[in-house]
Design a protein around this ligand. Structure first.
Ligand code: GAP
Length: 448
């Protein structure tokens, strides 16, 4: 049971009001569980993706990057098991026309009587459960016939498996090594919801690490630990993170072992999966070998042996982590000496969409001009914002609410002394800094 408060409704409103996340096609009434990232949201998500890419690809010699296409040969999805098995059991209610997951009825509410679950109200008339494939299907080329069926990929991983030998050979990698990519995935979820938690279009950051069979559990443990470290370093509170081990009943048919990294989203949502770490054995490469007729073996020159590597997968949702980061960062607090409290997004500075905001204290005495010069000087080093409207207190509040770690004010002393004040979002402490040192001062603070 979660002990942390539910801030979701407040966040949804803040995200819309402050340009983080909008409902897709809102002017037409919205598209179900599809969201658009606004000016600040796109920066935040990009910063999270960059941190992942830096940790997984740039910082290591043994992981290569990839950007595979969304549309893949349809046989891919037969080999992966998605055509036959990527299904949820679905029931319809003949009375209210609601559609529910048969295996999650306890989590759903009857639209006619929300105190009960579907099927428990007298008027409910649920159909038999039937399997519903979650892949979006479309057609390639002009003919809408079965031969031209293609799918929007439901995970990015398969693009990595089919390119295993291309990457290994072209980059002269030796097992153990990994391939990482970030990209869109699509699932026609029956019960999406909770804002960007479960959506029909989302982004995954996946890495498949190819290892010699027999060394797999050792690597699995290493990746579990490394991935949890990454979430801590992102600023997620340690007490809101924990592993969930898949029981025999939960394990996917291909998985030899699986742990979820779960985060406490607060309220009734509580702890939920944000990332999966899976030992997939040789299932994927063996399946693609069989369906394509192409050998996907690795030749170990030193040991003079060939084998199909096992795969340790780390799979994290960029949108789900973005939501975790927002929930984790949101706080309301009182401010000493002020009547009004403040809302703060206590984002890790490295992922904050705006790193510094620059204000002239007044609109006279050359202060706006000096502030503009500072903006121009900093803008190629950091995303910055200029604001001259409203009281200084209001401007601070506006920046606190979107997580800007530093506010720089040009005041009456600035022109003569060549200095400005720099206010820290969290401690509210103010330093007086020489303008010529500003870039270095911020760079020192923003390392992370
Ligand atoms: N290749 C393995 C795989 O796709 P998954 O557990 O189905 O595993 C991995 O998905 C991650 O992708 C999840 O932990 C979650 O963060 C994200 N994810 C999955 N479905 C999602 C959805 N409908 N909306 C948003 N994120 C989703």
């Amino acid at each position: 049971m979660a002990t942390t408060p539910d801030v979701m409704d407040k966040l949804v409103s803040l995200c819309k009001r402050r340009g983080f996340i909008f409902q897709s096609s809102e002017i037409y009434g919205g598209t179900g569980s599809v969201w658009d990232y606004g000016p600040l949201g796109v920066e935040l998500k990009k910063n999270i993706k960059d941190r992942w890419w830096n940790a997984m690809v740039r910082a290591r010699d043994d992981i290569e990057g990839l950007d595979a296409a969304i549309l893949m040969h349809p046989r891919t999805w037969e080999a992966s098991g998605h055509v036959a098995g990527f299904v949820d059991p679905l029931v319809d209610c003949r009375t209210c026309k609601g559609r529910f997951r048969a295996d999650k009825l306890e989590d759903a509410r009857c639209p006619q009587k929300p105190s009960k679950q579907p099927g428990q109200h007298d008027a409910c008339a649920l159909t038999e459960a039937r399997n519903f494939n979650l892949m979006f299907k479309t057609h390639m080329g002009a003919l809408e016939e079965s031969a031209s069926v293609v799918y929007l990929r439901p995970e990015t991983a398969q693009g990595i498996f089919v390119n295993f030998l291309n990457v290994q050979g072209s980059m002269r990698q030796k097992v153990p090594f990994g391939i990482a990519q970030i990209g869109k995935a699509f699932r026609n979820e029956i019960t999406p919801g909770n804002f960007i938690f479960r959506t029909r279009e989302f982004e995954q950051m996946e890495m498949q690490f190819f290892v010699e069979p027999g060394t797999d559990m050792e690597w699995f443990e290493q990746w579990k630990a490394l991935r949890m470290e990454w979430h801590y370093a992102l600023g997620l509170q340690a007490e809101r993170l924990k592993f969930h081990q898949h029981t025999a009943g939960e394990l996917a048919h291909y998985a030899r072992a699986a742990f979820d990294v779960t985060f406490d989203f607060g309220g009734t949502l509580g702890f939920q999966e944000i990332e999966g770490v899976h030992n997939r054995g040789d299932f994927d490469l063996s399946q693609h070998q069989q369906f394509s007729g192409k050998k996907l073996e690795y030749y170990d020159q030193q040991a003079n042996k060939r084998y199909v590597p096992y795969v340790i997968e780390t799979s994290v949702g960029a949108d789900r982590v973005t939501l975790a980061v927002l929930v984790n960062a949101y706080r309301e607090e009182s401010v000493q000496g002020e009547d009004e409290g403040r809302v703060v997004l206590g984002l890790n500075a490295s992922i904050a969409p705006i790193k510094a905001a620059i204000f002239p204290l007044t609109k006279k005495d050359g202060q706006p001009e000096m502030a503009r010069r500072i903006v121009d000087d900093l803008r190629f080093a950091f995303p910055v914002d200029y604001d001259e409207t409203g009281s200084i207190g209001k401007r601070y509040r506006r920046q606190d609410e979107v997580g800007t770690p530093y506010c720089i004010t040009v005041d009456g002393e600035s022109a003569a002394a060549g200095t400005v004040t720099v206010r820290d979002r969290d401690s509210l402490a103010q330093d007086r800094v020489d303008v010529s040192q500003l870039k270095a001062y911020l760079a020192g603070k923003l390392v992370g």
